[in-house]
Design a protein around this ligand. Sequence first.
Ligand code: UVW
Length: 332
Amino acid sequence: MAGSMTDFRRMADDVRNWGRWGDADELGTLNFITAEKVAEAASLAKQGKVFALGADFGSSGPQGAFKFRNNPVHVMTVDGGDADTLVQYGPEWLRNAVAADVSAFFADNPFRFNDDMIVMPLQAATQWDALSHVYYEDKLYNGFPANSVTSFGAYHCGIDKVDAKGITSRGVLLDVVRHRGADVFCEPGQPITPDELDAIAKSQGVEIRWGDIVVVNTGWWTRFCATGDGAEPGSGLDWTCAQWLHDHEVAAVAADNLMVEDPDPANGVEGTFLPMHMLCLRDMGLMLGEYWNLTALSADCATDGVYEFQLIAPPLSVVGAVGSPVNPIAIK
Ligand code: UVW
């Protein structure tokens, strides 16, 4: 539903959690995940079914379409072939270096090894947005100054600040694709409203509870795997879903699309961009998960009618990072 800056500010005032868990808090709505909640989540692992929700991190990933982010670049730094190549063909100095440094590994013994490295934006594929990822008017979540994010990294609200939580809770899948009877994915121009989220939960027979991580299937990832088109917008959560997430006191929200919220500025707030990001990350302190591969999980939920699971989605504790790759695991 298109809104004005006045609507936006009214909602921002309503959903803002600053000070709710103390002035020093950098966990935000992850505070809803109590020990009881973690135990409840673990009790949902009943059938032994495991779903890895991480996308492939590789050169054919979803990035590149918008120019400012790239797909991962993966290179080998040592491989078993080095043993023969370096020892036989390397220049004298290198052979000596090899003799000194790695011949203990490669020469006169059968042991071989391979090493590699990856260069990529932390937003390259399946990811968590840290609370410092998006802000406005010079303030991060809980009022921390935006200039505390420097070229050295985020001193406040970095992804490393949520490490202690591990990020595991009861996950609930809301399947918009099947609810709409869409072929594969939610066509652009049809933002998912708060009422629709309630209707989906009701029709799936699942309740959204305090501290849950809500996972929304829009079919975007399934479609991307078929077309390779990372620029396909699809539809996402209407920006007013920030209020719904606040009212349900959920711990985090994730989706299979590129930005969780609806990407069309015409459905957002006049005069700004990604208003749900601003409300969730900066005002509520609620993390967003993007590019989650929900294809197999959503198919399974439709088959067995079980839409709740133990969700385990710890980010990498990259010091000062504003996001992290993740391979979330759903266990039923
Ligand atoms: C932006 O595009 C700023 O963010 P995200 O990757 O969270 O969609």
